[in-house]
Write a protein that binds this ligand. Structure first.
Ligand SMILES: Nc1ncnc2c1ncn2[C@@H]1O[C@H](COP(=O)(O)OP(=O)(O)OP(=O)(O)O)[C@@H](O)[C@H]1O
Length: 308
């Protein structure tokens, strides 16, 4: 092999590097959202990184106030972040015109709220609710509403209005409404928050079916850690940052294996789980040691009194 010439090296250096996240369906890179109210600043997202592949079914969990709804509002195009990168299906959510934003919200993304009443118009039947977004986008197709309701297991509710359906049925119809215009991404904010566990399981099954059969990417936000048992990947958010990831896969004997990982950012920062830190009284600094196949983390040594 011959050595490259200077001009070849210059050309290689000048070539554009692929953007962070490549062609991931959702890319959040160092996302920041600061709210200002009466002169007080609240940093709701502080450098959040997230990559989601096309067709994934993902849960985002975290304590109240950790930034989950803020993230969802950004991804749904309802809110604009203060800084960083947010891209969905190749569209830059920070640089969109008002017109592109409207189109994005109508055609690219579907949304499901926690409050069942917020998702549906009570004086319309389930079928009419599903047809409404199609009519608004000028692309109504006969039969599509019934197909979607059937797919999600609520075909029997087509002619019922909201008060004639259970909470779980309403949420499954809401998923059909969100899917009406064939979005690429469905976002759901605590979709099972008002439901008992059996009904939540049915709503999750509908989300899974939409994901599997229609290939739509699904992101569900919840503060219920049990939800992570229903999805392949769970992202934990703490203090406005992604702090952990739980991956679930099938083990050799068909059993489900869940592995929890800490998230390492591009410059090497990671958040230790708070209970680990508390258990070993770790604060302020830790001692690191590089071993052949892992890095050891120890509490800092006690300083002798006369050296302090
Ligand atoms: N419009 C706003 N103005 C000012 N501060 C806000 C606003 N919205 C959210 N915040 C603050 O930002 C932080 C993150 O809020 P966010 O609603 O995203 O958290 P969350 O994880 O969804 O919480 P919950 O589970 O309770 O809904 C909180 O400290 C919250 O008080």
């Amino acid at each position: 092999m011959t050595n490259p010439t200077l001009s070849e090296l210059e050309a290689a250096a000048g070539r554009e590097k692929p953007a962070f996240g490549g062609d991931a369906h959702i890319v959040c890179d160092n996302l920041v959202r600061i709210y200002k109210t009466e002169g007080v600043e609240v940093v709701a997202l502080q450098g959040l990184d997230l990559l989601v592949g096309k067709g994934e079914l993902l849960a985002v969990v975290g304590a109240s106030g950790s930034g989950k709804s803020t993230l969802l509002n950004v991804l749904s195009g309802l809110d604009v972040p203060t800084a960083g990168v947010a891209r969905v299906a190749g569209m830059d959510l920070l640089a969109m015109t008002a017109r592109d934003r409207l189109r994005y919200r109508r055609e690219v993304v579907g949304f499901i709220w926690q409050q069942t009443a917020r998702n549906l118009l009570p004086y319309l039947s389930a079928r009419e609710n599903v047809e409404l977004p199609m009519k608004l986008a000028g692309r109504a197709r006969r039969g599509r509403a019934a197909e979607l309701l059937d797919l999600l297991g609520v075909g029997h509710c087509a002619d019922r209005r909201t008060p004639e359906m259970s909470g779980g049925e309403q949420q499954r119809v809401a998923i059909a409404v969100a899917l009406a215009n064939a979005p690429q991404l469905i976002l759901a904010d605590e979709p099972t928050g008002e439901l008992d566990s059996e009904t939540s399981e049915q709503v999750f099954e509908s989300l899974r079916r939409a994901n599997r059969e229609l290939g739509v990417t699904v992101v569900v936000v919840t503060h219920d850690p049990l939800v992570s048992e229903q999805v392949d990947r769970t992202i934990g958010i703490r203090d406005g940052r992604t702090s952990s990831e739980t991956l679930r896969r099938e083990g050799a004997e068909g059993q489900v294996v869940a592995e929890e990982y800490a998230v390492l950012d591009r410059v090497g920062r990671l958040q230790l789980p708070r209970d680990f830190m508390n258990a070993l009284d770790m604060e302020r600094r830790v001692r690191l040691e590089l071993e052949a196949d892992h890095i050891g983390v120890w509490p800092a040594r006690e300083e002798p009194a006369d050296e302090q």
